[in-house]
Design a binder for this molecule. Sequence first.
Ligand code: ADP
Ligand code: TZD
Ligand code: MG
Length: 562
Amino acid sequence: MDMDGPAMTDGFHLVVDALKLNGIDTIYGVAGIPITDLARLAQAEGLRYLGFRHEQSAGNAAAITGYLTQKPGICLTVSAPGFLNGMVALANATTNCFPMILISGSSDRSIVDLEQGDYEELDQMNAAKPFAKAAFRVNKPEDIGVGVARAIHAAVSGRPGGVYLDLTAVTLSATLDLDTASKSLVKVADPAPAQIPAPESIKLALDLLASAQRPLIILGKGAAYAQADADIRSFVEKTGIPYLPMSMAKGLLPDDHPQSAAAARSLVLGKADVVMLIGARLNWLLAHGKRPSWSGTTKFVQVDISPTEIDSNRPIVAPVVGDIKSAVAALLASLKPGLIQPSAAWLDAIAANKHKNTERMAVRLDADPNPMNFSSALSAVREALKDRPDVYVVNEGANTLDFGRNIIDMFEPRKRLDSGTWGIMGIGMGYAIGAAVVSGKPVIAIEGDSAFGFSGMEIETICRYRLPIVILVFNNGGIYHGDPVGTAPSPTGFVHDARYDTLIGAFGGVGYHVTDKSSLSKAVTDALRAGKPALINVVIDPTAGTESGHIQNLNPKMALAK
Ligand code: ADP
Ligand code: TZD
Ligand code: MG
């Protein structure tokens, strides 16, 4: 450095300064050219840096961090292939409305743009655009502050989503005098401004609910994200309206709440006359609001931050466009006692249906088949978790996911993290690591054996950082089920009797191999109590699963018999 000139900084330092200035304290990533020194510097400057084995898992950790904290989770990758590996997580975050920022280093633009063949050449910003809520590229160090600020705004304001931030290698190493540099940084004042719904929309919504005989509230993960837990509970309880939690909204109110209609799902969807959606889209997970699952005459209230979500599948009579925290507060403020009154016949019908379905379920949970099936194994896990509401539950697979959602009760908000809107495989270890890192709490990941394989190498990451994560591999020998012994591998089958429990020992974790309910319960209890990385190989009957779990109907049918 020129001893007589002004004091200087560079792009690397400015990126770290900009993140710190905006309260970002954690980065998930995979090192390499051109961002290795950025990761080192971030760590040296006091940010928590977690190095992964694959960018997709780092991205998934960032996405779930965003969901849990309302601050964008950060994933850092190298150029082209590292960037693309991270893109699946970014696209999945956008699809699920989770705020995250994928920061990737990129090669020399002048070479990339002329396709002259640079190291890891790719026009990353344009590749990211269709899958991201927004994409920005920073070309000079004095723009780093603005680039980070724009990325933060885009990720968390309105409907949250995944944002791509491209940092060219030249920008990282370019220098800038300290005075200009410090003036270039931006501290974002109000990253996710409240969006207050119009008072008329609140009145319309309450009037519609008041006219209902058979009202229903559906809580989605947008409601969980909003962190308006006490107000949402109060609105549900004051109105007396039965509610249905979507998968990741389980625990927003405890699953044993008397107003939960989860055990009467088909009945309430089919018969409700007015349905209030709070942070839930009428997508495939709700059969698009259409027949035969729904009545053709249902009227809808929809509380959502995104005005363009309204009327996407069914006409919405009473749209309440605003952020859920503000909207539910406004609904509560205008709610008069006795205004909303679900009919006694409706509540009785739901109670009777719940009772019948719960008894049916109890028979399956009490069964003790050998080998275990999905219900019996999950009943053992349920038993071990019933006094551990603090534990995060990550869940992916097909049968493992569908049975897991129904059998594992949740008692606290934002504790269930799963395959979400895409039904994606591969989120398991990334979500588990992200949840453990941001909360410091234990995590149990209930994984199909196929699902686990997508991110399984991250067990090394889990052991390296000594995270309190217990992985359950529901081992039925394949995607949906196993192959018959002695046959050539089918498109869905894996190795028979695989010993997943032996993998984690390579990195210092504890493996368990369990074949019955009581050893499974004990293994889960012990592993959670130990608070150390563990993997439990849960041997499930290879014939137990059904094709595609509970969504077999979505498989296209072959038109011709072969
Ligand atoms: P689920 O899968 O649980 O049914 P979805 O992901 O389909 O939930 O829906 C979440 C909805 O919540 C999205 O339409 C999104 O726009 C909305 N949303 C997210 N955050 C907020 C918020 N803070 N306030 C209002 N709506 C929100
Ligand atoms: N790839 C990705 C990224 N996501 C997907 N959803 C799939 C493939 C297809 N798929 C499912 O929808 S579930 C599943 C796959 C491969 C795995 C099911 O097998 P599993 O669960 O072992 O995880 P069960 O318990 O055996 O049903
Ligand atoms: Mg399986």
